[in-house]
Design a protein around this ligand. Structure first.
Ligand code: CA
Length: 231
């Protein structure tokens, strides 16, 4: 059965382009040009498995729809927006968006992010991701094991907790606030210098060139993303 995408985008040209492209990929596309259209489609209860959400819409802000969705559903939401300001992006992630793409973005990137978001929603219902491979790196969370190039890598307990948090959301951006709260605790959400320090240590141990990371990526002003694993 094909997966349903609710595409909320008021730019007619972009909507048509995305609809055609998602169609080719086998998704069933429901397109909405406004918040009202989107609410009507959601109310009719046709299968919506993932939402692509623009923010600037003629009858309001997409953020309002995100809040409504999160009150009742866990459907993944990817924000697609031209806004570059950092604060709203962080707020959107904290409000329950799964990811965001800043326009213009490539179709390949969008499809990859959709796959990750759908897989995460699917796997959280079954089993959490506990094993991660990428090139010569292997992480097995239950065994607390990290191997790089066939050699065991020693991580401190905090380094391991931070890596584990990113492995569970591999492929997705995790905000500074989420990482600080989950690794250090709710009282530490402003201590971004901890993150910079520990991310530097992790990169030194897990990256070929820590100055040019290929695995532990920075999302400027927002958070970090461990690239999608290869399993
Ligand atoms: Ca718009």
């Amino acid at each position: 059965m094909s997966l349903g995408v609710l595409l909320v985008e008021d730019d007619r040209e972009l909507r048509a382009t995305l609809r055609a492209a998602l169609d080719v990929e086998g998704y069933r596309v429901l397109a909405a040009a406004s918040l009202a259209d989107a609410r009507a489609l959601l109310a009719h209860g046709q299968g919506v498995d993932i939402v692509l959400l623009d923010l600037g819409l003629p009858d309001g802000d997409g953020e309002a729809l995100l809040a409504e969705l999160r009150r009742t559903r866990s459907t993944p939401v990817i924000v697609i927006s031209a806004r570059e300001a950092e604060a709203p992006r962080i707020r959107l992630l904290d409000a329950g968006a799964d990811d965001f793409l800043v326009k213009p973005f490539s179709l390949g990137e969008l499809l990859a992010r959709m796959r990750v978001a759908l897989r995460h929603r699917g796997t959280t219902a079954r089993a959490a991701i506990t094993r991660y491979t990428h090139g010569d790196l292997l992480v097995e969370l239950p065994a607390h094991r990290v191997v790089r190039g066939g050699v065991d890598v020693h991580l401190t307990p905090t380094e391991f907790k931070l890596l584990a948090r990113l492995v569970r959301n591999a492929g997705q951006v995790v905000s500074h606030r989420q990482l600080l709260a989950d690794v250090w605790g709710a009282d530490f959400t402003e201590h971004t210098h901890y993150l910079r320090l520990y991310m530097g240590q992790l990169r030194a141990k897990l990256e070929t060139d820590p100055a040019d990371p290929q695995r532990l990526l920075t999302e400027p002003g927002v958070g970090y993303r461990l690239v999608e694993g290869e399993d």
